[in-house]
Design a protein around this ligand. Structure first.
Ligand SMILES: Nc1ncnc2c1ncn2[C@@H]1O[C@H](COP(=O)(O)OP(=O)(O)OP(=O)(O)O)[C@@H](O)[C@H]1O
Length: 811
């Protein structure tokens, strides 16, 4: 390193320390500091445990060289002298204990969380220190990620993206919000309404309406959020927008925070206007939890204040409360079967509650009941095997399911409305030069980690699938693209024989294919006998097909999945049947997060219920002028939901409509009602958007859970951290960064920028410059500059080098 050259004394100390044989002994529970005492039998070694003095004989493979103590809290694990897993985890643990939750693994930023709300590392004072800094001038921090994205965006005039990865509850949403806050406060436009407070309010509102309480996170985000911060030519923030994709907000299945907050938080006149004072409070309501209501009043006032700050007026707020209160009343209303002769009919179990819901929505009680129950069968069902294919499975619907679907529709319309109001408030039609995109998706989730023994439902599979797709983007950007670039540039790395890890790097591709591989010939259903590789289609496609076939069930779906992917196929290491019926295990993220799934109800859940759509029609036809006006505005003429009505810059609109197009045209359009496949198409659209940021245009923030909510103390849970560290492939990324030449610059630009640094001798020498190629000029310059030859490589079109080289040149 040019700037951090060590003194002779330091080097001698390090050498002595290393020669003393300090090692880490890796084991299931973590790793322990030991000193090597000598060799034992083949492949075994004798070690002394530092803490206890005990002498053990252990496997050589379980030992990793320890780093000198000075490196214990280094900022980048790629700068470790002995780069190995125990060393890297030790750095993360030591930094976390010292109140430094951030670190780097080459180009990736790591944040050890979950973040504490009152953490001193996210204050205005800290933010001020990052403003205007260069990437190499900042310690690892989410503010640094935002700052360098801004700097690169401004220099290149191209969009940049920051992707937040991690398990549920690890702090992705929090980190994303810190980035937004930093950029809004560091680069405000003069006279702009886009203050950090307003943006904070926007995300508070979106997160409250789009999150639910789960075992892993009481504030778990249930939608994919693609936020865009748009800057003018001078780098000032002039507009913002948030695209909300794939919302998974079903009041009957998860405890949605907004319903909880409204019901337990509103009082006085508003409570009476929403008819909540007449509700049968002691009757069970599947949409509202009776517990943890103490914070609701303050949360509700904060929500109203945030809406006010976003210029959502009283009438608009009231319209939203009415729909939400109607959902609560429908929860009490319930559904019952009323059979007359051979005719089955469903109706509200409590007519009074149904009427209250209808009053709030300003529709007739009969109209409401018809909207909810009209498609439910009114006669006994025919034998399932004789049925013709029914794409909607309507015939199997019960009254409760219909009510569930309708309420889901109402809630999703409310969420779309909130997103539209937020966008109206934060977007402007100002001319923008480029944007920073921030992508936050529901985290990878494993209910078992939160102590739940039952298998995970379909919604968790979709979240885990999205994280697999994003991990594949990470793999491509940090492990594949650099090697492709070295190959194209004719650069070889000095990688020793024992370092053939590069070729062994696990690829997330097979798991992604197992889940979403498109069928070659879509409709033909293969018999088990002639099932060939080319007939294989991903699990999401199999689920979609199964949902359309007569006589299909969750069991037949799982059977088909296992026929395609279970033993004796090559993919059997990714999937295995669990001992219980209808259960299987997927080895997510390179086997680091094995998730047990239970397919009960999946075939039905994989199709959008047609009743869901009726909610919008009912809202648009409401007798309440405000309700019908708002939902007609929100949907817009093109059904663009959250985008209608908000002013947008041309490029923002283009990006948003490009994702929308991926979702509405071609196969995606035809599969619009397949909930499972929509996850694939959303992922395609998002990945495509990220690709448009170009090579190196996407930064990754890997959020790591330091411990589980159930862990007794605040210490780092090393096995948990290790599995996430492996899942992200951080050691590989750091190694490639350390051994490669990660920074690069086109030859002509290098020549132009640093020509002055080369001595005049080279310019006077031999032939005139004009006859030399850029490569020859740069070659001469590099020799003249007398740089350490191991710190750079001269490629065919670029100079590639270590970061230290470019820091040296700039300095
Ligand atoms: N509004 C809030 N109030 C209090 N705590 C919060 C709030 N939002 C998040 N948290 C806490 O911050 C931590 C990180 O949550 P965050 O939602 O940022 O994680 P995440 O990685 O985005 O999770 P998910 O993928 O489930 O959305 C969690 O412990 C969570 O309980």
């Amino acid at each position: 390193m040019y700037l951090q050259a060590k003194s002779e004394e330091q080097l001698a100390c390090e050498k002595e320390w290393l020669q003393a044989g300090h090692m880490w002994l890796a084991h299931r529970g973590g790793f322990t500091a030991v000193v090597r005492e000598g060799d034992a039998d083949a492949g075994r070694a004798k070690v002394r445990v530092l803490q206890t003095g005990e002498v053990l004989t252990v496997d050589e493979d379980d030992l990793e060289k320890a780093n000198p103590p000075q490196l214990e809290r280094c900022e980048d694990i790629a700068s470790l002298r002995c780069l190995n897993e125990c060393g890297a985890l030790n750095v993360l643990r030591s930094r976390y204990a010292a109140g430094l939750p951030h670190a780097r693994a080459g180009h990736a930023l790591l944040v050890l969380g979950p973040p504490k709300r009152t953490s001193p590392v996210y204050t205005e004072k800290v933010a001020a220190m990052f403003r205007g800094c260069r990437a190499d001038d900042m310690p690892p921090h989410v503010f640094a990620a935002a700052q360098s994205a801004h700097r690169c965006m401004l220099a290149s005039r191209r969009d940049r993206a920051i992707v937040f990865l991690g398990r549920s509850g690890s702090g992705k949403t929090s980190a994303m919000r810190h980035c937004v806050w930093y950029l809004a406060s560091a680069y405000p436009a003069q006279g702009s309404k886009l203050t950090p407070e307003r943006l904070d309010a926007a995300f508070d509102v979106l997160n409250l309406f789009g999150s639910c309480r789960t075992g892993s996170n009481p504030y778990a985000t249930r939608f994919v959020s693609l936020a865009s911060l748009d800057f003018d030519g001078g780098g000032a923030l002039v507009s913002a927008s948030v695209q909300t994709l794939l919302p998974d907000l079903r009041p009957g299945h998860t405890l949605l925070r907004a319903l909880h907050t409204l019901y337990h938080g509103c009082d006085g006149r508003l409570r009476r206007e929403l008819l909540l004072d007449q509700a049968p409070v002691n009757a069970p309501n599947p949409f509202i939890s009776p517990s943890e209501k103490a914070d609701a009043p303050s949360e509700f006032s904060a929500l109203k204040e945030a809406l006010q700050l976003l210029n959502v007026n009283e009438q608009e707020q009231m319209a939203v409360w009415k729909v939400m209160a109607a959902i609560c009343h429908l929860g009490w209303a319930g559904a019952v079967k009323a059979t007359t002769g051979s005719v089955i009919k469903y109706q509200f179990a409590s007519a009074g509650c149904g009427q209250r819901a209808a009053r709030l929505l300003a529709v007739g009680a009969d109209d409401l009941a018809r909207a909810v129950f009209a498609t439910v069968p009114t006669s006994p069902q025919p034998n399932a095997n004789l049925r013709t294919p029914s794409p909607s499975n309507e015939k199997e619907m019960s009254g409760t399911e219909a009510l569930d679907a309708f309420v889901t529709g109402l809630y999703n319309e409310t969420f779309n409305m909130i997103a539209a109001l937020v966008n109206r408030s934060v977007s402007s039609s100002s001319r923008t030069s480029a944007s920073i995109l921030l992508l936050d998706a529901p985290g990878a989730d494993n209910p078992m980690c939160a102590g739940q023994q039952s298998g995970a439902p379909l919604s968790k599979l979709l979240s885990n699938y999205l994280q697999e797709r994003l991990q594949a983007v990470f793999h491509e950007a940090l492990l594949v693209a650099p090697r492709d670039r070295y190959a194209q540039e004719g650069i070889t790395l000095d990688i020793g024989a024992e370092e053939d890890w590069l070729s062994e790097t696990v690829n997330p591709g097979p798991m992604v294919e197992l889940l979403d591989k498109s069928p070659q010939n879509s409709i033909v259903r293969s018999s088990q006998a002639d099932l060939r590789e080319c007939d294989r289609r991903g699990l999401l496609w199999l689920l979609d097909e199964e949902s359309m076939y007569p006589g299909s069930s969750d069991d037949t779906f799982l059977e088909r999945v296992m026929t395609h992917y279970g033993a004796p196929n090559q993919t059997q290491y990714l999937i295995k049947k669990a001992p219980h019926a209808r259960q299987f295990v997927l080895q997510h993220l390179q086997g680091t997060n094995p998730v047990l799934y239970d397919v009960t109800g999946w075939v039905k859940a994989s199709r959008e219920n047609p009743v869901t759509k009726k909610a919008l029609t009912l809202l648009q036809e409401s007798q309440n002028e405000e309700l019908s006006r708002m939902w007609s505005w929100c949907r817009g003429a093109s059904g663009a939901s959250a985008w209608a009505g908000a002013p947008h810059d041309h490029s923002t609109l283009r990006r948003a409509s490009s994702i929308r197009r991926t979702l509405t045209t071609g196969t995606a359009g035809m599969k619009r009602r397949s909930t499972a496949l929509q996850a694939k198409f959303v992922a395609d659209g998002v990945v495509d958007t990220l690709r448009r940021c170009g090579a190196g245009g996407v930064q990754f923030v890997c959020c790591l859970l330091a411990n589980q909510p159930a862990d007794a103390n605040d210490d780092v849970n090393i096995p948990l951290l290790r599995s996430q560290f492996r899942g992200f492939q951080l050691l590989d990324a750091a190694r490639l960064y350390k051994q490669g030449f990660p920074e690069h610059m086109p030859l002509n630009e290098f020549a132009r920028r640093y020509r002055l640094l080369a001595t005049s001798e080279s310019e006077n020498e031999s032939a005139p410059q004009t006859t030399l190629s850029d490569r020859q000029i740069v070659d001469d310059m590099l020799l003249t500059l007398d740089l350490d030859v191991s710190s750079y490589r001269l490629g065919l079109t670029q100079v590639s080098g270590r970061l230290s080289l470019f820091i040296y040149l700039v300095s």
